[in-house]
Design a protein around this ligand. Structure first.
Ligand code: LMR
Length: 338
């Protein structure tokens, strides 16, 4: 009995560790690499010495981006993945999905579902055969629905490792640190504001009560700060006046999440990032953005909500109703295809 359980444990550990990338030799595929987020993101990834190969995929313009990036004097090899998605993804350690249409003024993120869902479905389906053990980082909106969609596809193929599937809501953490830092006159790099919920409007819940250093915002100032963080993406869409949504800060946020995941995979300890993931910390919703401890094989620990004040609790309860519907929309799409 004891030996059987020991053997099971050893097999599990072996499987877990053989799933992990070799330290400092990561192969990353970027889907949507010639787009508004894909290009600056690929540039940032090219600068990371732990990525040995960057495989770029898009419907057009990839050769130009590859030629351009390959002039940068870093060892990371940049290659065109070709038009075949399966060949692009073959044996990579990480897939970053930045493809899809951006919002136009007046649109909500949910309005992108119809167009972008098929892209997420196709990439995830391809992943189940070409790189089932890879990390999957999704940037494509609406994120609240896309992660459930992707997880359903992976689950159906018996390839779901939820510890390795991340929705890049990290931009909300970046924005919260920037705006709160400005308000309390601190270097934003030194500010941490936990984010929970999802990645759209009222589902983005910055826990200002747990800001570190503390942000003594109250009343109107607090409400304005919460709204500013929640509506930041929409402000960029308005400012770009029909030419897309946030690309540069999103590329930065995605690179921050990706580098954290790779550093943790390479053995660095105590790395925490917020992301939107499959989650069992709250029985009401199956997917949630929350702070995560990263480890050698992805998510090591989900910190969940932690301590929230009354106002944050109320925001969370309201957000859950929206989140549930968003999650259902993604799952329903995947199930109808399967
Ligand atoms: C953002 O938060 O900037 C992105 O989700 C893009 C968008 O449409 O707002």
């Amino acid at each position: 009995m004891f030996l059987t359980s020991l053997f099971r444990k050893a097999t599990h550990l072996k499987r877990c560790y053989s799933d992990c990338a070799k330290p400092g030799a990561h192969k990353v595929a970027v889907i949507g690499a010639a787009g508004g987020i894909g290009q600056p993101l690929s540039l940032l990834l090219k600068l990371n010495p732990s990525i040995v190969e960057l495989r770029l995929h898009d419907l057009k313009d990839v050769p130009g981006v590859v030629a351009d990036l390959s002039h940068i004097e870093t060892a990371t090899k940049v290659v065109a993945g070709g038009s075949d998605l399966g060949a692009t993804l073959k044996d990579v350690d990480m897939i970053v999905l930045a493809a899809g249409l951006p919002r136009k003024p007046g649109m909500k993120r949910e309005d992108l579902f119809k167009t972008n869902a098929q892209i997420v479905y196709d990439v995830t389906k391809s992943m189940t055969k070409a790189a089932p053990d890879a990390y999957l980082i999704i940037i494509t909106n609406p994120l609240n629905s896309m992660i459930p969609l992707a997880c359903e596809v992976l689950k159906e193929a018996n390839k779901l490792n939820a510890r390795k599937v991340f929705g890049c809501s990290t931009l909300d953490s970046v924005r919260a640190a920037t705006f709160v830092g400005e308000a309390i006159c601190k270097d934003p790099k030194t500010v941490d504001v936990p984010i929970i919920g999802g990645h759209s409007g009222n589902t983005i819940i910055p826990l200002i009560s747990r800001s570190n250093p503390p942000a003594c915002l109250e009343g109107d100032d607090l409400q304005k700060m919460i709204k500013k963080i929640q509506e930041a993406g929409t402000e960029v869409v308005k400012a770009k006046a029909g030419k897309g949504s946030c690309t540069l800060a999103m590329a930065y946020a995605a690179s921050r999440l990706i580098f954290s995941i790779l550093r943790a995979a390479d053995g660095e300890k105590e790395i925490v990032e917020s992301a939107y993931v499959k989650s069992d910390v709250m029985p009401e919703v199956k997917y949630l953005a929350s702070p995560l401890l990263l480890g050698k094989c992805g998510i090591e620990k989900n910190f969940g909500l932690g301590k929230v004040d009354e106002c944050e609790k109320k925001m969370f309860c309201e957000a859950m109703e929206i989140l549930k519907k968003d999650i259902e929309m993604g799952e329903k799409f995947a199930k109808a295809k399967i």
